[in-house]
Every structure is written in structure tokens, then in C-alpha cells.
Design a protein around this ligand. Structure first.
Ligand code: SF4
Length: 119
């Protein structure tokens, strides 16, 4: 089977055609201008990854804390990760880059603060 996707690695936005087996295994890709596109196509069609961003409440503060995954996580886990994030609360002080949840859902990826919060 064939799947049409757009490479998001640069502004060129190459339209690519990915050929997969009936079981969804990657066979080939055409339409990419460079290897980054081919790597993206294979990843996107076999194990799509996404960065996740969110805001969580800070005890004693009206301003929520913005957080993100330190690196991309499997797209299929977005809902579960957002649920985990909806249940976490933190207290100031928090420093930029501080790990808020280590190894979320055993992905090996930490949830980190994207800003500092003074006490
Ligand atoms: S395939 Fe290469 S040139 Fe095309 S959008 Fe992706 S990164 Fe850019």
C-alpha cells in the first residue's frame, strides 16, 4: 500500500510517497529531496514520534508552568502522557530545564520545565 506524507524537517515540505507492506512495514519512499526526508518517512510510517507541550498548575501561584518532553515520544502515548500531566502539581521554585517527571511512562524521556518560577 502507498501513503502520502509531507516532510516537516524543513520549509521545502517535500511531498513523499511511502510504500508499505500490507502489515505496515516500510518498503521504500520517493519524493524526498534528501536523506532526512527518507528517515522521517520511515519513522512516521512505522513509529511516529511527537514532542508534547503542556501547562501544569503551580502550588501557590496563579501562573501555570509550561512543560515539554525533553525529546519526542511515541505519538500513540500522547493521551496517556497528557493524563499524567493533568494529575501532577509542582511547587516553586522551579528552574528552567528542571525535570518535572522523569522517564514518563517508561519512555526514557523526561518531562522538563520550559521556564523558571520564583518562590
Ligand atoms: S526531504 Fe529534505 S529537502 Fe525535502 S522537506 Fe524534508 S528535509 Fe527538506
Amino acid at each position: 500500500m502507498e501513503k502520502l506524507i509531507t516532510c516537516i524537517n524543513c520549509p521545502v515540505g517535500c511531498r513523499m510517497t511511502v510504500t508499505l507492506t500490507e502489515d505496515g512495514e516500510f518498503i521504500s519512499v520517493t519524493g524526498n529531496t534528501c536523506k532526512r526526508g527518507a528517515d522521517y518517512a520511515k519513522q512516521e510510517c512505522t513509529l511516529p514520534l511527537r514532542m508534547i507541550t503542556a501547562v501544569i498548575p503551580v502550588d501557590g501561584s496563579d501562573m501555570p508552568l509550561s512543560v515539554k518532553t525533553a525529546s519526542p515520544v511515541p505519538k500513540r502515548l500522547i493521551k496517556e502522557i497528557m493524563k499524567e500531566l493533568s494529575e501532577v502539581k509542582v511547587s516553586a521554585p522551579i528552574s528552567l530545564g528542571q525535570v518535572i517527571i522523569p522517564d514518563i511512562l517508561n519512555t526514557g524521556v523526561d518531562i522538563i520545565a520550559t521556564r523558571s518560577v520564583e518562590k
